[in-house]
Ligand binder design. Structure first.
Ligand SMILES: [Zn+2]
Length: 274
């Protein structure tokens, strides 16, 4: 059955890895991605996102604080650290065209504005996009597949795990990039941390998270869709702030990052031209 085979590689053979709220995640024997099995229907997905999801996320993630100085500084500091880890100097991208896919309320666009990038953001959430527009950002309610034009960089912050077909998204990404253009993509990363936490891993989120990549499966998909990885960083140890004492969290986060086993990955990949 089509709904039971992997949307990335077509393989139906898989091993159960987690059960959350009665929903199963399996690891694909073909490509190694962990995916919901079965995939939720389009109706289920629509119902989920319609039921106040955006507002919940907005509040849970502290995005309502976004326009306060304190929150912006924390977010900007995190992004600066990530780009330093990726050995990427954004000031060299002044005047370049950026498309931030799944821009939410535009916080990343706001971050890049200080480097002089020409940023456009798209999101399917009208609520989020309106917040961005109010802040004077160039964001739009639009689907990636409606986009045309040529960009120097596309970014996906915690987006690819939500989309129904990541392969098609990366193919479209490549088509929108200028020769030598780059994609920067952040997503949860399966591996030692997810295996240790099992069902309790933070990122097994049925209906929202359809595909959870291992580093290997993500790199393979990038390579299959015409990208070569330039640099990457992994960080995070699953423990949300406040769940364990700060000193322990800092220690675990440090170990995860230094060993390259963190459960979030950010990859920078360049369009290959053949
Ligand atoms: Zn697969």
């Amino acid at each position: 059955m089509a709904n039971d085979s992997c949307r990335l590689c077509g393989t139906s053979e898989a091993r159960l890895v987690a059960v959350v709220d009665g929903c199963q995640y399996v690891r694909c024997a073909g490509c190694g991605v962990e995916r919901m099995a079965s995939y939720p229907s389009a109706d289920q997905i629509e119902k989920f996102y319609d039921s106040g999801y955006m507002t919940k996320q907005f509040n849970n993630l502290g995005h309502h604080l976004h326009f306060t100085k304190e929150y912006r500084e924390t977010y900007f500091a995190e992004k600066s650290l990530t780009f330093a880890d990726l050995r990427m100097d954004l000031s060299k991208l002044s005047g370049k065209k950026l498309l931030d896919v799944g821009c939410a309320n535009g916080q990343f666009m706001e971050y890049t504005s200080k480097f002089g990038m020409e940023a456009i953001g798209i999101d399917i959430s009208e609520e989020m996009v309106n917040a961005g527009k109010e802040a004077g950002l160039n964001c739009h309610v639009k689907d990636l597949f409606e986009m045309e034009g040529e960009f120097d960089m596309l970014t996906y912050w915690d987006v690819i795990e939500h989309v129904s077909n990541p392969r098609q998204v990366l193919e479209k990404t490549r088509a929108l990039l200028a020769p030598g253009g780059e994609v920067v993509l952040q997503t949860p990363c399966t591996g030692m941390v997810s295996e240790l936490f099992g069902d309790k891993w933070l990122y097994y989120l049925p209906v929202q998270h359809l595909h959870l990549f291992s580093q290997e499966s993500l790199f393979k998909l990038l390579s299959d869709t015409g990208f070569s990885v330039v640099s990457w960083v992994r960080f995070g140890s699953c423990n949300p702030k406040g769940s364990i004492p700060d000193v322990n969290k800092r220690a675990m986060d440090t170990i995860a990052k230094r060993m390259g086993i963190g459960d979030t990955i950010v990859v920078r990949a360049r369009r290959t031209d053949n």
